[in-house]
Design a protein around this ligand. Sequence first.
Ligand code: GGG
Length: 358
Amino acid sequence: MSAERNYKISVIPGDGIGKEVMPEGVRVLERAAGLYGFTLDQTWHDFANCDYYARHGQMMPDDWKAQIGDPHAIFFGAVGWPDTVPDHISLWQSILQFRREYDQYINLRPVRLMPGVPCPLAGREPGDIDFWVVRENTEGEYSSVGGKMFPGTPREIVMQETVMTRHGTERVLRYAFDLARTRERRHVTSATKSNGIAISMPWWDERVEEMAAHYPDVTHDKYHIDILCAQFVMNPDRFDVVVASNLFGDILSDLGPACTGTIGVAPSANINPERTTPSLFEPVHGSAPDIAGKGIANPIGQIWSAAMMLEHLGEPDAAAAIMRAVETVLAEPGLRTRDLKGSADTEQCGRAVAEALS
Ligand code: GGG
């Protein structure tokens, strides 16, 4: 076997259902490796979770980058356990650190109605809803720039800035237009709110127009975020590539999968397109403390994230095989989890996908 097909993967399960769905993602990856002739060199990390915080007072060791080393990719579960660590601390000291430190400036999230998945929107068939949300992933509303004055007094003031740079905005827009070029419909929709957020969002709109001028073969439009959310619910079939700032993209990429049946199947890729640093693959869902420990979480988001990771690593055949196996399993109520009106538990669903692989 050539060295190029041996992939070093950092595995970080995180918290809550992340610890339950991760073994299923890895099970499917290992089976795909066996069938498609590549190897995985896994290193599991017991940090970026709230138990680690309880022991050490921080989410990750100071030398976390050295411990992770130089993997081909990071496979991540979910983070957050608000009973013990406030969410803004657990998130900022883990997943948001990875995105910034590794400059994973694209967060790519598909919204696709899968065969067999009961769709909450009437009359939609698989194929009708199939688009990408491209979320800016390193700046915008998630900039943590701001502060408080006179805390705890009647004069208390709190301010937080949105930070949009020309460099950061242009590169995410370029990615979205390039992605649209690879698709049949070749259409980009921009999420804005330039009627209310009267400095940064009109500026975002200007950058969209500038970028669009370089892509005469790609059509584009824009919606204010409020009506865009409504359109996701009423007319999700009209979208192709949706590009959004960090916060708007976060909201849209939860709403989209919810409109196609469940957030439990939705994957995401945090990508450094230049490949100078490792990219990170994780389900869209969080740690779901309400169902954690019951063994009922849907593992498909983790498994689909594995498929996105293999695509990124240059194993498109194995990635496509995983997606075929996912479709086979989702079509069978006895193999689906409860969020999809099925009866399988997490492990049964994961095993079924691994067994359906060919
Ligand atoms: N697997 C993703 C995860 O743990 N998400 C928790 C969360 O709240 N993420 C917010 C974000 O993606 O920015």
